[in-house]
Design a binder for this molecule. Structure first.
Ligand code: NAP
Ligand code: ZN
Ligand code: ZN
Length: 347
């Protein structure tokens, strides 16, 4: 076994603290890479607080992981020692079900292996994430990372990036579409970048008037302060798509009213509690309510390659791991510009 160190939550109430644990030695198809940077996703906070379901503790969060390969198994073909490598929200899946066969490992019908707060495919061994110094992953779940991009700013692409890229690709959002991105945080700011790159007319819907200048810098064409009834009134029936990245309770019915006829509200944010939806909010315009989860491995690589070609990365604020709690506190206040990334050298 490999001695690893990281930051873990021992239960849903204690703050994260240093923790030593073990990872498996790389098997024939495994890649071991030392972690250089790890992004901080709002899902990390949801999961260490048991917002969604009882977690597996101790929990080492982190699923926006980049680093350099230090060891490869005898049969590994895609990586060699010294290569950059990345891992997102998944470290394995059944590979045989209909969805895995379609490169949709995120929807594996037999239960995929999430990078942390999950279990390996033996459905027993807990997984530990990227707030740690090193990780061992089957090569099929390791992504190639460009040497040309700022590595720390690439890390958030592994979750925030793919989670917003995948639905916009699936619904073919682009030229001629009016896209609203609801919530300008980690996911939201990537949603804006994709929307602009794909040619859509992008509006940011935000609770934070102070983010307007940033939204425009990210390429958004319009900015709506959602607490202003006049601005909301003016935005009624105007969007083809809303990409909803909000992490907390919010009024779906109000946002649905901003969609045009046949518009689609795509949820990627996962608030802790179920939402209340009025059928009339959908019926008045044959609107659709949909959701999307991260992305498969092939699509994640496609997105990373797109980023290399178009020079796209996340806007980040680097933190020392000892300041993770402060980062969470700021995240809860919507004060993230626009992704915290942990410099793992500070571990
Ligand atoms: P984040 O950086 O904290 O951004 C969330 C943004 O939502 C905030 O910056 C804020 O933007 C807005 N917001 C917060 N509370 C709000 C409220 N009560 N009403 C309206 N807007 C509010 O979080 P994130 O990392 O982007 O994650 C967002 C959500 O996506 C989380 O629930 C996370 O678990 C989920 N997620 C889902 C997937 C998936 O596969 N579907 C993957 C990753 C993350 P403004 O200041 O602009 O209002
Ligand atoms: Zn995430
Ligand atoms: Zn499967």
């Amino acid at each position: 076994m490999i001695a690893a160190k990281g930051y873990a939550a021992q239960n849903e109430t204690t703050p994260l603290a240093p923790w030593n644990f073990e990872r498996r030695d790389p098997g024939p198809h495994d890649v071991q890479f030392d972690i250089l940077f790890c992004g901080v996703c709002h899902s990390d906070l949801h999961q260490i607080r048991n917002d969604w379901f009882p977690g597996i503790f101790p929990m080492v969060p982190g699923h926006e992981i980049v680093g350099r390969v230090v060891k490869v198994g005898a049969h590994v073909k895609k990586f060699k020692v010294g290569d950059l490598a990345g891992t997102g929200c998944l470290v394995d899946s059944c590979r045989t079900c209909e969805n895995c066969q379609r490169d949709l490992e995120q929807y594996c019908l037999n239960g995929n292996s999430q990078t942390y707060n999950g279990r390996e495919q033996d459905h027993k061994t807990p997984t530990y994430g990227g707030y740690s110094n090193t990780i061992v992953v089957h090569e099929d779940f390791v992504l190639h990372i460009s040497e040309k991009l700022n590595l720390a700013a690439v890390a958030p692409l592994l979750c925030a990036g793919i989670t917003t890229y995948s639905p916009l690709r699936h619904w073919k959002v682009g030229k001629g579409h009016k896209l609203a991105v609801l919530g300008l945080g980690g996911l939201g700011h990537m949603g804006v970048k994709w929307g602009v790159a794909f040619g859509a007319e992008v509006t940011v819907l935000s609770t934070s008037p102070k983010k307007e200048a940033d939204a425009k810098k990210l390429g958004a064409h319009h900015f709506v302060v959602t607490s202003d009834p006049e601005q909301i009134k003016a935005a009624k029936n105007s969007f083809d798509f809303i990409l909803d990245t909000v992490s907390a309770e919010h009024d779906f019915n109000m946002y649905l009213s901003l969609l045009k006829t046949d518009g689609t509200h795509i949820c990627v944010g996962v608030p802790p509690n179920p939402a209340s939806i009025e059928t009339f909010a959908l019926m008045g315009g044959r609107r659709s309510l949909a959701a999307s989860g991260i992305g498969g491995l092939a699509e994640t690589q496609e997105m990373l390659d797109f980023c290399e070609k178009h020079n796209i990365v996340s806007d980040i604020e680097m933190i020392d791991i000892k300041n993770i709690q402060t980062a969470y506190d700021r995240m809860l206040k919507g004060d993230v510009r626009y992704r915290f990334v942990i410099d793992m050298a500070t571990l």
